[in-house]
Write a protein that binds this ligand. Sequence first.
Ligand SMILES: *[C@@H]1O[C@H](CO)[C@@H](O)[C@H](O)[C@H]1NC(C)=O
Ligand SMILES: *[C@@H]1O[C@H](CO)[C@@H](O)[C@H](O)[C@H]1NC(C)=O
Ligand SMILES: *[C@@H]1O[C@H](CO)[C@@H](O)[C@H](O)[C@H]1NC(C)=O
Ligand SMILES: *[C@@H]1O[C@H](CO)[C@@H](O)[C@H](O)[C@H]1NC(C)=O
Ligand SMILES: *[C@@H]1O[C@H](CO)[C@@H](O)[C@H](O)[C@H]1NC(C)=O
Length: 216
Amino acid sequence: MGLVESVVGSSSTAARKRSEWVWSCCCLMGGFLVLLLLLTCIGAVLWLVFRPHSPILSLQALNITSLTVKQMTHGKTAANESSALLSMNSTLVFSATNTNRFSVSYSAMILNATYQDVAVGHALVAALKQESNSKVMVSTVLIVDKVNLNQFTGIDILKDATNDHLPLNLTGIVDTHVHTFGFKTPQLQIELRCAIVLRYHELQLASKQCGTNVVH
Ligand SMILES: *[C@@H]1O[C@H](CO)[C@@H](O)[C@H](O)[C@H]1NC(C)=O
Ligand SMILES: *[C@@H]1O[C@H](CO)[C@@H](O)[C@H](O)[C@H]1NC(C)=O
Ligand SMILES: *[C@@H]1O[C@H](CO)[C@@H](O)[C@H](O)[C@H]1NC(C)=O
Ligand SMILES: *[C@@H]1O[C@H](CO)[C@@H](O)[C@H](O)[C@H]1NC(C)=O
Ligand SMILES: *[C@@H]1O[C@H](CO)[C@@H](O)[C@H](O)[C@H]1NC(C)=O
């Protein structure tokens, strides 16, 4: 009986010791977990406050000084074989909106103008650095210099000009960097796409729809 008791007794002290050990280990682990949770929370808050946002680019205005679509007929009779010559002189104003708490730098951007996937001209937007939480305007000149559109596209653009509804696409890719606490974040490549419609006779912008998306 006594033997059994002492065995039970010693096993219960061992169990208590073990439970104490488990308890302090639990305490340590618990403390560590709480600390980890706290750090995660702080990290999440910092991330929410300071995380880099992609800047937003858009077309604000387009001033057309000249726009002509000329029919070019080859031969004497073939009304079908008309190609067209497109010329345009315009000023484009883009806006860049930086919602970051840091400044953003942009590389220069080549903006391609296309009509039905045919490149008709390009504009160069200069590199710039933008302050935190700001919106800036940059302007550039788009010149289309007597671009020959073949008989198929030519017929379409002649129709569009007559209908006073001439659509063009503008596409450009720009490299951006957010400057966080004095160092540059990895480059973010942004694509700007605008679908615009011009009023041929009034030399005005009828509509514009722009979107930016992150390429990588
Ligand atoms: C565009 O035209 C408008 C009115 O015609 C003028 O107020 C504006 O300054 C022009 N913008 C540019 C960039 O030429
Ligand atoms: C022009 O093309 C249309 C269809 O493509 C054809 O029906 C018409 O006869 C053509 N006209 C001339 C003058 O070639
Ligand atoms: C485009 O228009 C501007 C303003 O009218 C003018 O100064 C410039 O010479 C024109 N450029 C071309 C290539 O026609
Ligand atoms: C502009 O791009 C869109 C989408 O890629 C296309 O569906 C449309 O035909 C293009 N318009 C012109 C005028 O090139
Ligand atoms: C613009 O055109 C140039 C030359 O054709 C081409 O290298 C570039 O990739 C084009 N950019 C975009 C955004 O399509």
